[in-house]
Design a protein around this ligand. Structure first.
Ligand code: PLP
Length: 479
């Protein structure tokens, strides 16, 4: 065994006793939150690890964090690691974070920001019992999807609507309920993988349908579908290729053309529209996205979409269209397995109610508001924030530069939405480290790192979040 070097001695002596660590104000806060026992065991574990790492000569600290530093002589890094450990042990859980990435529907950050009305709806209606499955007039058992159905029928003019847990479940259920044991015809150009193991061929197999591929990767015609129809055909399926785009020599079948083929052969035309803007002309930024109402008007018999993508609500899978098809879904055993919960129900109803008001929905639905936010307003905010951040930390260069935001979640691939970002560079900290420090802030700030700089896009910031970013930057130290 190696003899203890003087440096090892110094480091070991600098480690605080457990009690001293527990007396640190920040660690006392942790005890108030998580209880003394949990913090004590985290503190013991961290100190034991440090002792072992010092003895082995493997203790590695971020630059600028000597083990003896800190106002009271306790290394702030030890405190940070105790906090990290106890938070993890007690279930860090879902936390509010700041999305400065400019990706509006960021899957890692929970996709759409819920409208205030949805949060309020949950707080108002769900703090006790609620009319989830009763009819208030008769007092008898009702249907939990009734009000969502009524709202969607009003908004879209469809015959019937229903909702399940997410769009993946909706598509699987529709296929199982409508075409189990039958052939379903799909274009080769639309056999997509959406991510998180949602692959059209796999979903088809799991639903008990037989996939029939037609056309080629880049070109498919309505005639290709028609030629593949046999007595075994159960449905025609269109899938929006949400997260990729084939460009160049391409031909996609139009909904209207395929609907004519479907009608002629008395087959249902199902359309997994993915993100899907609910109504036409919501935003010029959405002009290349397929629209739910337009797809129905063009003759699709059943359109399925996610509630937490462009619609801007909570996770859910909406199916709208012909009454008999939606009813088949609702009668299938999987419907019960995919049944949506009352939180979703309440949030979705509240969101759909916002869509009833064309004047206000672009403001009240955060996803639409962020998408529509004028460049001039973003530029003003980016410029003001850049000035504040450079003032808050003299080691920081903050410039307002042109960049692009994204809709995210596989919507509008390749389509960038012009924006202005605050581009940050710190004299001493690299971009990764700067990004990590911002993420360590409470609430954590998520940024985009590009070409060695940290970018902050005001498009996805909510009111007051600029102040938090300034606070985080202020603690970063001057160069
Ligand atoms: C996103 C998407 C899905 C999956 O929807 P979830 O609501 O995430 O389950 C399915 N199909 C398409 C085309 C999509 O874009």
């Amino acid at each position: 065994m190696a003899t203890t070097s003087p440096q090892t001695e110094t480091l070991l002596r600098a480690l605080p006793a457990v009690q001293r660590l527990l007396d640190e104000p920040a660690v006392r806060d942790l005890q108030a939150h998580f209880g003394r026992e949990a913090v004590l065991s985290a503190a013991r574990e961290v100190l034991a690890e440090w002792r072992a790492a010092i003895a082995a000569g493997t203790l590695s600290l971020p630059a600028g964090h000597p083990v003896t530093e800190g106002a009271s002589g306790v290394c702030p890094e030890i405190i940070r690691r105790v906090a990290e450990r106890v938070t993890k042990a007690c279930g860090g859980g879902v936390r509010k974070v700041i999305n400065a990435t400019g990706v509006i529907l960021h899957t890692g950050l929970g996709r759409a920001v819920l409208p205030a009305a949805a949060i309020q709806g949950i707080a108002n209606e769900l703090s006790g019992y609620s009319s989830v499955e009763v009819d208030l007039e008769t007092g008898k058992r009702g249907h939990r999807d009734q009000s969502v159905n009524d709202l969607l029928v009003t908004l879209l003019g469809c015959e019937r609507a229903s909702v399940v847990n997410n769009n993946a479940a909706g598509v699987m259920l529709a296929l199982a309920a409508i075409a189990r044991g039958k052939e379903v015809i799909v274009s080769r150009g639309q056999l997509v993988e959406i991510g998180g193991s949602f692959r059209v061929p796999d979903v088809m197999r799991e639903s008990g349908c037989k996939l029939v591929e037609v056309g080629t990767t880049n070109r498919t015609y309505a005639l290709d579908f028609e030629a593949a129809i046999t007595p075994e055909t159960g449905a025609l399926l269109l899938v929006h290729t949400s997260n990729f785009r084939i460009i160049g020599f391409t031909e996609e079948v139009s909904v209207a053309d395929l609907a004519a083929v479907a009608r002629k052969h008395r087959l249902p035309l199902l359309y997994d529209i993915g993100s899907g803007a609910l109504l036409p002309d919501l935003a010029p930024e959405l002009k290349e996205e397929p629209v739910v109402k337009t797809a129905l008007d063009d003759g699709a018999d059943l359109v399925m979409f996610s509630a937490d993508k462009i619609l801007g609500s909570t996770q859910g899978g909406v199916a709208v269209g012909k009454k008999d098809l939606v009813e088949k879904m609702r009668r299938h055993p999987l419907y019960r397995a995919f049944r949506l919960n009352k939180l979703t129900l309440c949030a979705l109803e509240s969101t759909l109610r916002l869509y009833l008001d064309p004047e206000r929905r672009l403001e009240t639905v955060p996803t639409l508001r962020m998408l529509r936010r004028p460049l001039a307003s973003i530029t003003d905010e980016a410029a003001a924030l850049a000035t504040r951040l450079s003032r808050a930390c003299s080691g920081l260069e903050a410039l307002c530069v042109e960049d692009s935001s994204r809709l995210g979640s596989g919507s509008l691939p390749e389509r960038n939405i012009p924006t202005r970002v605050v581009s940050l560079r710190h004299a001493k900290l690299g971009a990764e480290e700067l990004g990590a420090r911002l993420r360590a802030h409470k609430p954590p700030i998520f940024t985009r790192i590009q070409d060695g700089r940290v970018l902050i896009d005001p498009r996805t910031l909510l009111p007051g979040e600029g102040d938090e970013i300034e606070k985080a930057v202020r603690t970063m130290g001057n160069a």
